[in-house]
Design a binder for this molecule. Structure first.
Ligand code: I6G
Length: 673
């Protein structure tokens, strides 16, 4: 009987472990969450009945340890070294020259190349295939024992899979927090008035160093392994890439971007490819790592001081810089929000001169204790507005001045209000505030809204300042004579602009809704509304309650939509716009759309259209576009350099379309409806 129970428990654990692996490591679940929950509950129930058979590597035991008072020290069996850094191509060529000289060879070498995670290096110890201990890198010799905390990470296997399990093995890798988890965590912290983390690395480190593993478990940390340390066992490895393949077979997550190259020039190409992909990766990286692939050659190369000679970390240009805040201004947004903006002493951040950084809101200023004339660290990430990360307090000058929220709008001088429960301060001027009107017109004319080509910020500023227009509807009264008199606008440009304004009259319902600038209504909400309301009239009459059941609509969104259409001024502007001839084809309801109930996943780069555009096209046909592949995915669109989503799709037998097939598919879907 006992053996039978043990066997059932073992099989159940194995099954759950496999589904955990498919979900968390491969990002390719085979069963639904509900089915997984049933299995898990079954195991919990059986273990409750037979607690004597609970094993340390049972999936139920990931979170179980009680909070500790401190972290114990843990000495690494083999030191965790550091990597030599390279900041330029010259540094990389010098590395290549050095290793060729040391190996006394002219032959091209094979390198194993990987993205360099901006995370927290750790060492995992497995004995007889069982998770036994985890430690931080610490000073490379002694780290902190984080066994209970690392155990809560779903991507860290508690029991190794497949064959050739070594007697003892140390697996090394980095714990990281995805960009999304980081933003969600900071958003929650901000709402709760708690401390926010400066970046995902700090958030990951802070989460791992919690005395209560229950908190670590909630932080949704992830892990990628990059190699092994101490090892006792049969298997013999010949190369770094072979080690990674074996780690994968044992159930460890290995970064899918890792590849081998056959010359240093190819390594530099890898660097450029990853640099381009960086924005779209789900996690932060700060460069790439090149390793001589052959383990014999690695051994011959040996070490200098505390870094292996066979490896190099090629870092991206700094995304953070130090500069000084010279002044702080408040910018008025479309909805009246006053955003503090730091005017900086211009500084080069990763190749771009930055002279402004957002300070977000007054809460953020108070939390970071930012003052005018402070020396600050600023960060630029992709096309996001640069921000102030922190103040270097030791360098604060005597003349540093506290930043005060204005009590009057800097543009229209109306009173400024602070809405309870919101961090933002707002201009109460509404439509008398020219800044708000300008922003509303800019939004209306923007590419994703009415797409009025040639109606740039400078022209809108002039039109509003000279009172030639007050609302977006007035755009359609503009004449060639008026436009041609504006600064920077000659006869020809005025004609082109007039034509663009005329052309914008033929639009789509979703563009029009988005262009109105209703708070909380972005492009996808606008599209969703058009799929549920076939006319503007129907939507304007919708009550808050009737909007609530719609996808992604909560009390805030429904109230904003309803309130917008109740405002007399908004009704008048809409009426005038329609009178001026703005029109669109009656949209199809979701139930009439050809791709309703179909889920698509995009991976890689498409050459003829952006991912954003492809998503829009699919959504407009009723499809759902998801970020990860699962059994619920119907199609995966694979562009060039696809990621792990493509291999997951293949494993799950999901239909894959390349770019040409995708365009053909869309054409057919459109013509058949
Ligand atoms: O491949 C690696 C990624 C990250 C590493 C590494 C690392 O440190 C955070 N450190 C060493 C010493 C090696 N590979 C060999």
């Amino acid at each position: 009987m006992n053996n039978k129970i043990k066997k059932t428990l073992g099989e159940l654990r194995e099954k759950i472990q496999e589904h955990n692996y498919l979900y968390h490591v491969l990002d390719a679940p085979h069963i639904s969450d509900a089915e997984y929950d049933i299995l898990f509950k079954k195991l919990v129930a059986l273990e409750n009945q037979y607690p004597e058979y609970i094993t340390a590597d049972s999936p139920t035991q990931r979170i179980g340890a009680t909070p500790s008072k401190e972290f114990k020290e843990s000495k690494h069996r083999i030191p965790m070294l550091s990597l030599e850094n390279a900041f330029s191509e010259d540094d990389v060529f010098a590395f290549n020259k050095r290793i060729h000289e040391k190996l006394q060879t002219n032959k091209q070498l094979t390198f194993c190349c990987e993205p360099k995670m901006d995370g927290l290096a750790i060492n995992l110890l497995y004995i007889d295939g069982h998770y036994t201990q985890a430690a931080t890198r610490g000073d490379g010799i002694v780290g902190e024992d984080i066994t209970a905390n690392a155990k809560t990470l779903q991507t860290i296997p508690l029991k190794l899979k497949n064959k050739d399990i070594p007697k003892v093995i140390e697996v090394r890798g980095e714990i990281y927090m995805s960009k999304k988890t980081f933003h969600d965590l900071n958003k929650q912290a901000e709402q709760a008035g708690e401390k926010v983390f400066a970046n995902p690395r700090n958030a990951a480190a802070g989460s791992v160093r919690q005395l209560d593993p229950g908190i670590t478990a909630k932080r949704k940390l992830s892990f990628f392994c990059y190699g092994i340390g101490y090892y006792e066992g049969e298997a013999v490895f010949h190369s770094q890439s072979e080690i990674l393949q074996q780690l994968k077979r044992w159930g460890f997550p290995v970064n899918p971007e890792i590849t081998t190259t056959h010359s240093i020039e190819e390594c530099l190409q890898f660097f450029e490819t990853i640099k381009k992909k960086r924005e779209n990766l789900a996690y932060e990286i700060d460069g790439v790592v090149y390793k001589v692939d052959d383990l014999h050659l690695q051994k011959s190369l040996g070490f200098i001081s505390r870094a292996p000679r066979f490896a190099l970390a090629h870092k991206f240009p700094a995304q953070e810089q130090i500069t000084v805040i010279e002044e702080v201004d408040f910018q008025v947004g479309r909805t009246g929000t006053l955003t503090p903006v730091a005017r900086l002493k211009p500084v080069n951040v990763g190749g771009v001169i930055v002279s402004n950084a957002t300070l977000h809101n007054m809460d953020e200023i108070e939390r970071k204790d930012i003052r005018i004339h402070d020396v600050v660290i600023i960060r630029r990430a992709g096309d996001v507005i640069p921000e102030v990360v922190s103040v270097i307090k030791e360098e604060r000058p005597k003349e540093a001045k506290k930043i005060k929220a204005p009590i009057h709008c800097p543009v229209c001088h109306s009173d400024v209000t602070r809405v309870q429960g919101e961090a933002a301060v707002r201009c109460s001027g509404g439509l008398i505030c020219s800044a708000q009107r300008k922003e509303a017109i800019k939004h209306f004319a923007s590419r994703k809204a009415m797409d009025i080509d040639g109606l740039g910020d400078k022209i809108i500023d002039q039109l509003v300042n000279t009172k030639l227009i007050h609302t977006v509807a007035d755009l359609y009264d503009l004449t060639h004579e008026v436009l041609a008199k504006l600064e920077r606008l000659g006869d020809k440009s005025a004609q082109n602009l007039l034509e663009a304004i005329q052309k914008s009259k033929k639009t789509t319902f979703e563009r029009f809704l988005y262009a109105l600038g209703i708070r909380e209504v972005g492009e996808s909400t606008a599209l969703m509304l058009t799929q549920h309301f076939s006319s503007l009239e129907e939507l304007t009459k919708a009550s808050t309650e009737s909007l609530l059941p719609l996808p992604d609509v909560g009390p805030v969104v429904s109230t904003q939509i309803h309130t917008f259409f109740q405002q007399k001024h908004n009704k008048e502007v809409i009426e005038k716009l329609l009178k001026k001839g703005i029109h669109w084809e009656k949209p199809k309801k979701l139930s009439q759309l050809p791709l309703q109930n179909k889920t698509f996943v995009l991976t890689g780069t498409l050459s003829s259209l952006s991912r954003e555009k492809a998503t829009q096209v699919l959504q407009s046909l009723g499809a759902k576009v998801s970020g990860s592949v699962s059994q619920k995915t119907h199609y995966v669109i694979a562009g060039s350099e696809p990621g792990s989503k493509l291999s997951n799709a293949k494993k799950l037998n999901i239909k894959i379309l390349d770019e040409k097939q995708f365009l053909e598919f869309i054409k057919n879907v459109k013509t058949s409806t």
